[in-house]
Design a binder for this molecule. Structure first.
Ligand code: ADP
Ligand code: MG
Length: 700
């Protein structure tokens, strides 16, 4: 620890922070940014006037880094040093250094807009360019100007374009902490492998047999592949002749690993034993694993992308950027000269890879963020002109506005409503927040809380939801409830209620191949959501689970109705001819119910006419995942609202100019309206989006 690069710059850093409200610090991964900066500032007395907040885009990094800092300071985690991630707060009155996800800090700013409890805010891992960090950057820019008490903002990054951030913050100082990386030899493949899993396996074994000691870090794209490779590697290592090479252990590293498994990666390896660490891109910059000498880089990463023109998510395996490739290689040179095996030709690196990763703000649904910004009441700032490092497309802003309008979070003029304000306080995506509020009105809040908690747990809960579980199901037929024909949300509810009736029996989970840890988390999340709802409703709400028992044989009508309101922007109508569904709205898609759904056609082979869905995902084809049947009378008002939808008014454009377009619409042939470019900036952006939409439509 004593020789971490950043410690040699302690005086310079403290001095610069002392004299400037905002400082950018660029330092190689492992130089000590995440673990040391907070401690330095703490030692210098910055925690006397407030807490030091350090944001992390990834939950696991917030937990892991805070644990490390608590250890270094010799304190109990949760006391002087703590962390807060969604649904998990391990801080106390004693806490002076707080690691938290960027999302949690954003939410805190809703109740305390000036974030007065903090004397220092460190936006860590800014190079990740997560959506929430980007919004925080914009927020900090305002905050340093308006906050009355002293605030220091530090922005740290492994690779970020420091000049760009500096310009954003009126040319604030940029400190570069030179890391002492050892040279890393780059070895390219002559061609791309047909299976990068097999190629990684082969390369790993080659290293193990031929190369001197040193740990091997292998970058895979996701948990599934990691699990596969870990198994295969273990098997291959065992088959090696005894005594032919040193011992080896294989360790997975990814975001949903249980804490006790994560710790293994950070504890020193046994003597004369090589470690293989099979990781997602979490090991690229978020977590530093010591002892790595060899890196195997497939050149791919799994990226969740949202397409605002279709409302569809896809989880794509995409090529990493050159910056990422360099980061991965750098992991090999931390302790001594290393080697990086790139499983792609050098031509790919030089000619095909993008310079830098596309920021999340340009590939996410923005409904939650736009609602957040609206609820801040920044009277001096137009929502669409909120100062951001890189602006999102007007198309995705419009998509967000449309959703918010359909679920009553904003009115037809784009102003936030009372409903919208309450929604922003809930740590849930807008559709689920809205569902809870509606459920409260229809007297089924308790059930809706359960569904929201089940959907928020993010762990694989149900057999058949992931491929590896599918196999298990064939062995032991599950006796889980099936949603009574109403779909997945109802099934989630029934599962939880069943478990509740067994008094949260762990064996019941195991017998039904439900993840015990996941279910315990759901229970906890549900409890927390209850508390938040109680606070919002001043304790007057009925959130008891037992109240639903009398309803258990019902058609869950009220709950489905509430879901229909919350998912107003996620509605689909059955298409008789296409044997599938058409999503509602002017950008409608043909989609199918995901095969993992419990929703089945009835005896006559009929699927329900209308469903709402939790998300649209594009895999082999467009699917709706987690669907719930709804009824025509509930759908009608949504369709009517869609008809009236006026995107221009929603985004704050004057209705006057809209009238002008409508008049033109009547008088001119359609084509000419499309090319008539209005003068003001926003008009032209709306127009451009419209043209793109029409062009796509014509192509279809
Ligand atoms: P940076 O944020 O600049 O990438 P960190 O502050 O995360 O660097 O890491 C600095 C050093 O602390 C590294 O050598 C790393 O191995 C070590 N370290 C960080 N977290 C842990 C942990 N949870 N357990 C053990 N060592 C850790
Ligand atoms: Mg870090």
């Amino acid at each position: 620890m004593a020789n971490l690069p950043i410690l040699q710059f302690e005086e310079k850093i403290l001095d610069t922070v002392e004299r400037n409200p905002v400082v950018v610090i660029i330092g190689e991964t492992g130089s000590g940014k995440s673990t040391q900066l907070s401690q330095m500032l703490h030692k210098r007395g910055y925690t006397k006037s407030g807490i030091i907040a350090v944001t992390q885009p990834r939950r696991v990094a917030a937990v892991s880094v805070s644990r490390r800092v608590a250890q270094e300071l010799g304190v109990r985690l949760g006391e002087e040093v703590g962390y807060a991630i969604r649904f998990e707060d391990r801080t106390s009155e004693k806490t002076r250094i707080k690691y938290l996800t960027d999302g949690v800090l954003l939410r805190e700013s809703l109740t305390n807009p000036e974030l007065n409890q903090y004397s220092v805010i460190i936006l860590d891992e800014a190079h990740e360019r997560s959506l929430n960090t980007d919004i925080l950057l914009g927020l900090m820019k305002r905050l340093v100007k308006i906050r009355t008490s002293n605030l220091k903002v530090l922005i740290t990054s492994a690779t970020l374009d420091g000049e760009k951030v500096s310009r954003f913050f009126s040319n604030c100082p940029v400190l570069n902490v030179p890391g002492k990386l050892f040279p890393v030899e780059i070895l390219y493949s002559t061609e791309r492998p047909s299976s990068y899993l097999e190629a990684s396996l082969k390369t790993a074994i080659d290293i193990h047999v031929r190369e001197p000691e040193g740990d091997v870090l292998i970058f895979m794209t996701g948990q599934d592949d990691i699990e596969k490779l870990v198994l295969k590697l273990e098997e291959r290592i065992q088959r090696l002749e005894e005594g032919s090479c040193m011992d080896a252990i294989v360790l997975p590293l990814h975001g949903s690993l249980p804490p006790e498994m994560q710790v293994r990666v950070f504890s020193p390896p046994p003597l004369n034993c090589r470690r293989f660490i099979v990781a997602t891109n979490i090991a690229e910059t978020s977590l530093t694993v010591d002892g790595v000498v060899y890196v195997i880089d497939s050149g791919y990463v799994k990226q969740r992308q949202y397409n605002p023109s279709t409302g569809m998510y896809s989880l794509d395996v995409v090529q990493i950027s050159r910056v990422q490739a360099d980061q991965r290689a750098g992991r090999a040179g931390r302790t001594r000269p290393g080697k990086c095996y790139r499983l792609y030709p050098s031509m790919v690196y030089h000619d095909e890879l993008l310079d830098a990763t596309v920021p999340e703000i340009q590939r996410s649904s923005l409904a939650g963020s736009v609602l957040y910004l609206k609820s801040l009441d920044l009277t001096d700032i137009d929502i669409l002109k909120f100062d951001l490092l890189d602006p999102p497309s007007s198309e995705s802003l419009e998509d967000a506005l449309k959703q918010l309008y359909l679920i009553d979070a904003i009115d037809e003029n784009g102003s936030i409503t009372r409903v919208g304000r309450t929604m922003a306080e809930l740590p849930l995506e807008p559709s689920l927040s809205r569902t809870l509020m509606e459920a409260n009105e229809c007297g089924c809040l308790s059930q809706a809380l359960t569904v929201a908690a089940m959907l928020s747990a993010e762990t694989t809960l149900l057999p058949g939801r992931s491929k590896s579980n599918e196999k298990k199901r064939k062995h032991a037929p599950s006796e889980l409830p099936d949603g009574s024909g109403w779909g997945d949300h109802i099934q989630l509810l029934q599962i939880y209620e069943h478990w509740d009736q067994t008094d949260y029996d762990i064996d019941w989970c195991k017998d039904n191949s439900l993840q015990v840890r996941g279910m315990m988390f759901v229970k906890d999340v549900r409890k927390q959501l209850c508390q938040i709802m109680q606070k919002i409703g001043n304790g007057s709400l009925d959130v008891r689970t037992n109240e639903r028992r009398k309803e258990s044989r019902q058609d869950y009508r009220n709950l489905r109705k509430a879901l229909c309101v919350g998912y107003a922007n996620q509605l689909a109508e059955r298409m008789i001819r296409h044997n599938g569904y058409r999503t509602s709205g002017f950008k409608s898609q043909l989609v199918q119910v995901h095969p993992s759904s419990v929703l089945r056609a009835d005896e006559e082979g009929m699927l329900p006419n209308y469903v709402v869905y939790h998300e649209l995902i594009a895999t082999s084809r467009p699917y709706m995942r987690n669907v719930c049947t709804v009824e025509m009378p509930w759908v009608a008002p949504i369709l009517k609202k869609l008809e009236k939808l006026n995107i221009k008014k929603l985004s704050g454009g004057s209705s006057h100019s809209e009238e002008r377009i409508e008049v033109e619409n009547i008088n001119l042939p359609k084509k000419e309206v499309d090319v008539a470019v209005p003068t003001d900036d926003r008009d032209s952006r709306v127009q451009a989006a419209r043209e793109r939409f029409l062009a796509r439509k014509a192509n279809r």
